[in-house]
Design a protein around this ligand. Structure first.
Ligand code: FNR
Length: 402
């Protein structure tokens, strides 16, 4: 049996993992700027709310007298066995939440045997995050850890810089790349705008960028010394990568080919797909997978709920590409519903951010281990032995409607 109940470390991790409580506890721990960055949504939070409401419109119909005594949350992603169909979604600048930034998160993910995605906006070098992910996997208590890691690319307009980032990811053993499409510019988020939070990000040390040899050359050319001018260096990194200028399908295909060339053909996926049209284009262009996501409701206010988009996209391309899901997942029943509606895999963001903010690696471990325990119990009481069964029969066991 998989043991999801005990946390890895000595600190007492028994804080309440109800999402509402997590938010309160994280808010109490973070600075106002940090809390605003993590919690802000685009505009009036309509998309964020819609993401949650879409889950309420599907209700699970439990089935009885199924032999769930030997049940299993394990599954695989691009050929790698993992402990559950749940991964750590890419989230930038983790030093906002913890002094060691991404390192405790990558370590917790490795220990739990779940995929970890590192953001291009990370506040630690790619190489160090990879080492922490490996170390977490090696030290997992029950030996079921694994280091399956995805590099999330925000594509710079500087091709040499893109090549350098991808090469570093390949050299650091990343198993796949995810290109995020929806954030070449940050959405209008009132809390961040009102507090000039964007200047705050610059000062948080985008070490992933600052440790890049090509970017270091760019800084030198611009006469910026990151040691004495950290804010200017951070601002230049953000400008270099985001610009506010959109990319095109041709450019995304270029990035995929580059990644394939550098990695020897490892998977390359697109994140932020919300329309059937775009999902079909992704299939036509030969991408290995897509993440149906609206970035937790932080980009386009009033956008379609990610779960509603998922259903339509799965109907159109579910048998032609590997469809993953994120945005608004807060519990095992949400994971169940996304899988039942056709997602092969689910990513979580804010849940682990709150855990990191509350208690570092112990907090991340506790929050996600609780989600795994919740999933194990849900499968038992709803009558499903395996993740494959949820994917195959789950749709028939959802009542959907207003
Ligand atoms: C994100 N997300 C994100 N996505 C990405 O591709 N690169 C990034 O750097 C970030 N950064 C980021 C910061 C914060 C504070 C949040 C809340 C989100 C989006 C993330 O990967 C994912 O799509 C959502 O977080 C999923 O929704 P939930 O689980 O947070 O509701």
């Amino acid at each position: 049996r998989q043991n999801f109940w005990k946390s890895n470390e000595g600190e007492n991790p028994l804080f309440n993992t109800d999402p509402g409580h997590l938010e309160e506890q994280a808010k109490a721990k973070l600075t106002q700027n940090g809390w605003f960055y993590a919690s802000s949504n685009a505009g009036q939070s309509h998309t964020h709310t819609a993401n949650r409401q879409a889950f309420y419109r599907h209700r699970i119909i439990p089935r009885m007298l199924v032999d769930t005594n030997l049940r299993d949350t394990k599954t695989s992603i691009f050929g790698h066995e993992v402990n559950a169909p749940i991964g750590f979604a890419p989230v930038g600048i983790n030093k906002i939440y913890h002094p060691h930034g991404e390192l405790p998160v990558a370590s917790a993910a490795g220990g739990l045997g779940l995929p970890y995605a590192l953001s291009t906006a990370g506040s630690q070098p790619i190489e160090d995050v990879a080492a922490s992910n490996d170390a977490g996997a090696a030290h997992s208590k029950d030996g079921s850890g694994s280091a399956v890691r995805f590099f999330q690319l925000y594509m710079p307009h500087d091709d040499e810089l893109t090549r350098s980032l991808l090469q570093r990811a390949v050299d650091s053993g990343f198993t796949a790349c995810i290109l995020t499409l929806d954030t070449w510019q940050l959405g209008w988020r009132h809390d961040d705008v009102a507090t000039s939070n964007y200047a705050f990000y610059h000062g948080q040390g985008a070490d992933l960028g600052l440790t890049d040899p090509v970017f270091q050359r760019r800084l030198k050319e611009a006469g910026i010394d990151p040691k004495t001018q950290p804010n200017e260096a951070g601002a230049m990194w953000i400008d270099n990568v985001w610009h506010g200028r959109a990319h095109t399908w041709e450019k995304a295909v270029w990035a995929m080919k580059l990644w394939k060339e550098l990695s020897g053909g490892k998977p390359f996926c697109l994140k932020g797909i919300q329309s059937v049209d775009d999902a079909q284009k992704a299939v036509e262009h030969g991408f290995d997978g897509i993440v149906v996501s609206n970035h937790a409701g932080r980009q386009v206010d009033g956008a379609v709920a990610s779960l509603d988009a998922l259903e339509k996209i799965v109907q159109a391309v579910g048998d032609k590409t590997y469809v993953m899901y994120d945005s608004g997942v807060r519990s095992a029943s949400d994971v169940f519903k996304a899988l039942a509606l056709g997602a092969q895999f689910v990513w979580i963001g804010r849940l682990w951010i709150w855990g990191l903010s509350i208690m570092g690696e112990t907090g991340v471990d506790h929050v996600v281990r609780s989600l795994l325990a919740d999933l194990d119990i849900l499968m038992n009481v709803a009558g499903f032995q395996s993740i494959d069964q949820i994917k195959k029969d789950g749709r028939k066991h959802l009542e959907s409607g207003p």
